[in-house]
Ligand binder design. Structure first.
Ligand code: XMP
Length: 513
């Protein structure tokens, strides 16, 4: 394992990510981690970049015990400045911030770290820089603006680089991380998904023990399904999945999930139809945030009530709650956020833990989304489910603008179903990050046959994005939109008109509410 110590750079998690792409296991911890409390010995240590200045009074610093581990150390950007600060303090403000591409000039070709790196483009993003060499170090690479683009200790395997190898703009950045981990640290390339399944199943069995029971909520999405399947592989019927039908799920969703999970995957699933309860609470509510709150709270209430009904055979209580937390959420909660480090608790079903006195079990906490999908494929979860678009917790309630009634939900979900069906038929589903139909509660005049109609409007949305923070609308062919619009108006009672949303995010959001 390679230890990545995070100084708060927005790129830190990418270091772990790149190493995993070479099947090397890496673990990221805050830069303040005490080495004596680690409990394991890393094969190498990487110090990440960070937004601070090493010379600032409240700057974060690494535990000097990393130098006693006698393993290779790589400092990236702030990490390099930290190494310099510890060895002679040659760090200060640069004349100007350096941000963008630079060409790497490797001086010491024999240095294993830079094998295959000469003349490659590297990505710079720093305000501070080295004003001289740290004591006991030599220069191993330069760039036009950085005379100390790469430095190495004269005798020990300690390296510093000014650029960010973890971002894809550094064309050979992956090579450098691989050189470091494999050639210098001799890390094993044994982190595969097959191994992960085996070790995770064993870990779950050990954690849960021979008799305890686990409960978990499933949503019909990728994460909860993969987590549930893994639990089932580990402890079988002692895992109890609950799907709460909140009345604002997609068309036939509860029945479809039941069929796939129970019949297809052998998961011990209970479907609770609480749609009336949710819709009653949503009556008269039009404010989007209120809708979210009502649905969240009602969910917790229903889940707890139903969980009470599951009584393990020997009269034991349920001990664990399964959560489909992914690595990005974990990073969010462990990454170093400055001298006063804030630990954010996961909020997926946060309230549940407080009330139910359950211990948390998170089998996906080491995985990125695409790894969860890969895991899902290996566990035999149907391809369509593994590659499903995300769906918000408050569901169709935030896609029916204005008041949410059974009738309005029915119109929205029928239109949505036609839209998604056509997207799949056209082979576009995987090119789109998220697509859905929204029901706008405005009446519009139309004509069907000889009849004047006066009905509502459906707005279609489809976006492409990598992170859902920014998004662009999907450029459908006109013929595709024409077909979908015709089908929706003809097949869904209550709709007179269809529009296509051509706003990007920002300024719009993905959802309409
Ligand atoms: P926005 O509308 O914020 O959406 O641009 C970004 C992504 O988040 C999803 N989303 C939600 N997911 N509960 C959820 O579980 C919510 O309240 C919620 N609101 C938005 C949205 O579907 C998109 O993928």
């Amino acid at each position: 394992t390679i230890l990545v110590l995070d100084f708060g750079s927005q790129y830190s998690h990418l270091i772990t990510r790149r190493l995993r792409e070479f099947n090397i296991y890496a673990e990221m911890l805050p830069c303040t981690q005490k080495i004596s409390e680690l409990g394991w010995t890393p094969k190498g240590v990487i110090l990440s970049g960070g937004p601070y200045s090493v010379y600032a009074e409240d700057a974060p610093h690494v535990d000097h015990a990393i130098f006693d581990l006698n393993v290779p150390i790589l400092g990236i950007c702030y990490g390099m400045q930290e190494l310099a600060w510890i060895n002679g303090k040659q760090v200060g403000r640069g004349d100007k911030r350096e941000y963008g591409p630079a060409t790497l000039n490797v001086l010491d070709e024999a240095n294993a770290l830079f094998k295959g790196m000469n003349d490659s483009t590297v990505w710079m993003s720093h305000g501070d820089k080295l004003h001289g060499l740290p004591t006991g170090y030599k220069t191993i690479a330069t760039s036009d603006n950085s005379p100390y683009c790469g430095v190495a200790h004269d005798t020990k395997p300690i390296y510093g680089i000014q650029f960010h190898p973890e971002v894809t703009h550094s064309t050979q950045g992956k090579t450098l991380l691989k050189n470091f981990a494999i050639d210098l640290c001799h890390a094993k390339q044994n982190w595969t998904m097959e191994n992960f399944i085996e070790t995770e199943i064993n870990r779950i069995r050990q954690l849960v023990g021979p008799t305890a029971e686990v409960i978990g909520a499933v949503s019909g999405g990728v994460d909860s399904t993969v987590a549930s399947k893994l639990m089932t592989e580990a402890i079988g019927e002692r895992f109890h999945a609950i799907l709460v039908d909140n009345g604002v799920l997609r068309l036939n969703e509860a029945a479809n999930v039941k069929k796939t999970l129970v019949e297809g995957l052998g998961i011990n699933l209970m479907v609770v139809d609480a749609s009336e309860e949710f819709l009653t609470k949503l009556k008269g509510v039009t404010d989007p945030e209120k809708k979210r709150k009502i649905i969240g709270n009602t969910f917790i209430h229903v889940f707890e009530r139903e969980a009470e009904k599951i009584k393990p055979k020997d009269g034991k209580e349920i001990e664990f709650l399964l959560q489909g937390t992914l690595y990005p959420d974990v990073i969010e909660s462990i990454s170093f956020k400055g001298p006063s480090q804030t630990i954010k608790t996961h909020h997926n079903v946060g309230g549940l833990l407080d009330n139910m006195k359950l211990k948390l079990i998170e089998p996906l906490r080491e995985l990125f989304k695409d790894e969860v999908r890969h895991l899902g494929e290996l566990l035999g979860i149907p391809h369509d489910l593994v590659w499903r678009h995300p769906f918000p917790g408050p569901g169709i309630a935030i896609r029916v603008l204005g008041e949410v009634t059974k009738e309005q939900v029915e119109i929205a979900r029928k239109a949505d179903n036609i839209y998604i069906e056509e997207i799949k038929k056209a082979g576009l589903y995987n090119q789109i990050s998220q697509a859905f139909a929204c029901l706008l509660p405005v009446k519009s005049v139309g004509v069907m046959g000889d009849q004047r109609t006066y009905d509502q409007v459906i707005a279609l949305r489809a976006i492409e994005t990598t992170d859902f923070m920014t998004a662009d609308w999907f450029p459908f062919e006109h013929s595709f939109l024409k077909k979908v619009a015709a089908r929706i108006v003809n097949e869904v009672d209550g709709v007179a008109r269809v529009t296509y949303d051509i706003t990007s995010k920002p300024p719009a959001t993905v959802e309409w509410e």
